[in-house]
Design a protein around this ligand. Structure first.
Ligand code: G6P
Ligand code: MG
Length: 211
């Protein structure tokens, strides 16, 4: 094992709650009801596709032109960007800071494979932007998760093979993407090749055991 590829939202930090808050406000405005259970289907899914799923959930998808969908997605993102101004290094999920340090100490290469265009800004706010050897620029990716493309780009960027990497994900779409990429998955609160309940359980020792 030479590398770890990380999802961001819900793995490194709990921005998933801010995505949900911003989508919930948008859905309210559109007269569509969404709850925390429905929100599971939005995790790992791109901004535009998330909005389309919400509109379809409210039987409104046919009522909107692409330009209007774009405008609403931008509006959600403006609120989301305001919310992530609150993010600081204190918002790293349990165990992540020490896990990253351990990986670095053992020469393990690290990448971020997130569907979020806000990923670099969030990593900078968390103070860990420099810790990663490669961050996938999702604007270059055509197919989002569950397609394997984001993670294939991540291992290409790190220069490792799929079987030399381990992926960490909290979303079903992300686990599916890792599986299609041929990368061993650790699911946080979601079933993966290895399933954990919390990021606090992530250690270099655990990775050694999976090898
Ligand atoms: C992650 C999150 C999704 C979000 C997507 C796009 O995958 O889990 O909830 O929709 O990124 O994020 P963005 O910041 O570009 O809107
Ligand atoms: Mg996630």
């Amino acid at each position: 094992m030479k590398a770890v590829v990380f999802d961001l939202d819900g793995v490194i930090t709990d921005t998933a709650k801010y995505h949900y808050q911003a989508w919930k406000n948008m859905a309210d405005k559109l007269g569509i009801e969404i709850d925390i259970e429905f929100n599971e289907q939005l995790k790992g899914v791109s901004r535009i596709d998330s909005l389309k799923r919400i509109l379809a959930h409210g039987n409104q998808l046919e009522s909107y032109e692409p330009a209007e969908i774009e405008r609403l997605a931008n509006e959600k993102n403006e609120e989301y960007k305001d919310l992530i101004q609150l993010v600081t290094a204190a918002d790293l999920l349990p165990g992540i800071e020490s896990f990253l340090k351990e990986l670095k100490a053992h020469g393990i290469r690290m990448a971020i494979g997130s569907a979020s265009k806000n990923a670099p800004a969030i990593l900078a706010r968390l103070g860990i932007l420099q810790d990663f050897d490669y961050i996938v620029d999702v604007s270059e990716i055509v197919n989002g998760k569950p397609s394997p493309d984001i993670f294939l780009k991540a291992i290409e960027g790190l220069g490792v093979a799929a079987d030399e990497a381990i992926g960490v994900e909290d979303a079903e779409a992300g686990i599916e993407a890792l599986r299609s990429a041929g990368i061993y998955s650790i699911g946080i609160g979601v079933e993966g090749d290895t399933t954990l309940t919390s990021t606090a359980e992530l250690t270099y020792e655990l990775l050694q055991k999976l090898n």
